[in-house]
Design a protein around this ligand. Structure first.
Ligand code: FES
Length: 564
């Protein structure tokens, strides 16, 4: 085996019992690919290519990789591209979240196993950026993030369309009978106008913005649309930067510190970011032994205004956010709240990077100043109470304000299948005052915590004009969705959490201002129900599915595996 200090092609030698032979035979096989002796002396930059025919969001990676390679070569590095798993949201069953940890393991092990001095993480779609950051954090060699960039918007009859906030809005109108089959089919062809990630502030845009804030992506890199020439120039600059990161030994553990995670929490709240980011940031931080508690999220949320007017919390799209200046302008507006001494991939600090960035310019209203915010406090709130002893999450900036304080009787669905079978039944006893509860859709119960927390409004209520109701589950919700939706209830129902004890008609109180979520049933009755509770049988008996349900942690811990 090679020593820990080995570099380039001498790193991580295949074990034949004779290290010199291992180098010799490795060189021979590199030469089989056309590399010469001089090139093989250079620092090696791995480029993780997550292109896949099952991932529409990553279809610009051929161009981006070419640009990264140009940047690497210009600085004397040797770029070598390699594949890992790719996770396309709409193409993966039962849900990509079940495979985020598998992708993190693939990323970690392939970086560690192959000879590279630094790595470019090329991702974009929701789970890919967190998986890559988790893996890279564990290996801790110099690493930098590059994302696909958001799609540009489409349009329908003069109205701009964005995936997938408008996917859900139009589907709701179709279910309510307000638009017909022909119209919904026409809209289907216009929702995704180009390659790239969803062009609202969903999970992909949020995680890109947080990677930029963490300092592990170049400044300005999160919001450039996928099809713009600037996206390729960003890729080229990323290639140049990773070579300098190797020289400075700028590793993830030096960049992603407690301070940079606190900066990321701040920007998460200010951009109206996805609820999924709570799980992902927690998991990435824990890979570096940094504990982010739900109280940390609440503390920073209470001090941070929402400044970004992008769907689903606002009205604009990611390309507008980019034109307005993107993440650097949001960071500039909140500079007083940030740890300006946090280090970034450039080797400079956050404060140094922000020195030439303007305050939110007056000619636009996509990014506001902190004196005239969209909302006075941050977008996400973590809730606690007897229904969620370890916490739950709501996106208050995307919920109907009148439902943030609500008390109503529960209508309970025991599983996703039960929900599917009964939600549109004319016999379902439900009014807009009810609280819809979905059980057994958490990390183990789902399995994989599907994005089913955005329970559809029952058709008979939709047809009377109801657009939002309180919904509670141990599932997740797409970052692109809107509503008074309480998610990530922990512990989940499938492990006997209090959510499993809720029955039809029980009163539930949601009190977002006081961060409370209570099941108003007395303790003795709950104890009796617990004694009689039967847990659902496991979804898997073998393979990765069994590994997943045996080892996945609960939502408030980030849903990583307990052995990672
Ligand atoms: Fe890939 Fe939305 S489906 S980012």
């Amino acid at each position: 085996m090679s020593s820990d200090n080995a570099k380039g092609i001498k790193k991580g030698l295949t074990n034949y019992g004779d290290p010199e032979f291992s180098v010799y035979i490795r060189k021979a096989f590199f030469k089989a690919m056309g590399y010469g002796d001089e090139e093989l002396e250079r620092p090696i930059i791995g480029i993780i290519n997550t292109f896949s025919g099952f991932n529409s969001c990553h279809h610009n990676f051929g161009d981006l990789i070419e640009a990264v390679k140009r940047g690497v070569l210009s600085q004397g590095g040797l770029p070598i591209e390699f594949p890992t798993i790719s996770l396309g949201e709409m193409f993966t069953a039962p849900t990509t979240m079940m495979f985020r940890n598998l992708m993190a393991m693939d990323t970690e092990e392939m970086i560690r196993a192959q000879p590279m001095d630094g790595v470019v993480l090329l991702g974009g779609c929701d789970k890919t950026v967190p998986a890559q950051l988790m893996g890279a954090a564990s290996v801790d060699i110099p690493a930098i993030c590059l994302v696909a960039g958001p799609m540009i918007t489409g349009d329908y009859r003069g109205e701009r369309l964005g995936a997938c906030t408008d996917c859900r809005r139009f589907w709701r109108e179709y279910r309510a009978g307000n638009i017909d089959k022909g119209e919904i089919n026409e809209i289907e062809g216009r929702l995704c106008a180009s390659t790239g990630t969803c062009m609202v502030m969903g999970t992909a845009s949020t995680m890109a913005a947080l990677a930029e804030t963490l300092g592990i992506m170049l400044p300005g890199g999160a919001a450039i649309p996928a099809v713009m020439a600037e996206r390729r120039r960003q890729a080229e600059a990323t290639g140049r930067t990773i070579v300098s990161m190797i020289r400075k030994q700028l590793r993830p553990s030096k960049i992603m510190t407690r301070k940079s995670f606190e900066n990321a929490l701040r920007i998460l709240m200010a951009i109206g970011g996805s609820t999924n980011a709570v799980i992902h940031l927690t998991a990435i931080a824990r890979r570096l032994d940094i504990e982010l508690s739900l109280d940390d999220y609440n503390r920073i949320s209470d001090e941070t205004p929402v400044l970004v007017n992008v769907r689903p919390s606002g009205q604009y799209y990611m390309e507008d956010f980019w034109k307005a200046g993107g993440v650097p302008v949001v960071m500039k507006a909140l500079e007083d709240f940030l740890h300006s001494d946090a280090l970034t991939a450039l080797g400079s600090t956050v404060g140094e990077n922000l020195s030439g960035v303007p305050q939110p310019p007056a000619w636009q209203d996509v990014i506001t100043g902190k004196d005239n915010p969209l909302f006075g406090t941050g977008s996400l709130v973590c809730l606690f109470g007897n229904l969620a002893p370890n916490g739950a999450v709501i996106k208050r900036s995307a919920a109907s304000p009148n439902l943030l304080t609500h008390q109503g009787p529960a209508v309970v669905f025991k599983s996703l299948e039960d929900l599917h079978n009964r939600i549109d039944s004319p016999d379902l006893e439900v009014t807009e005052e009810h609280v819809m509860v979905l059980q057994n859709a958490g990390p183990i119960g789902g399995p994989g915590m599907p994005e089913a927390g955005y329970l559809p409004i029952p058709k008979k209520l939709l047809q009377t004009g109801v657009k939002d109701m309180v919904r509670i589950s141990d599932a997740r919700m797409s970052g692109t969705a809107f509503g008074a939706v309480v998610l990530h209830v922990s512990p989940e129902a499938a492990v006997g959490g209090a959510l499993a004890l809720v029955q039809d008609g029980d009163l539930i109180e949601l009190d977002v201002p006081n961060k409370r979520l209570e099941l108003l049933v007395d303790c003795e009755e709950l104890a009796t129900r617990r004694d009689n509770l039967t847990l659902p049988s496991p979804h898997f008996e073998r393979g990765y599915g069994k590994l997943f349900i045996d080892h996945v942690e609960q939502a408030h811990l980030g849903c990583d595996f307990d052995f990672l």
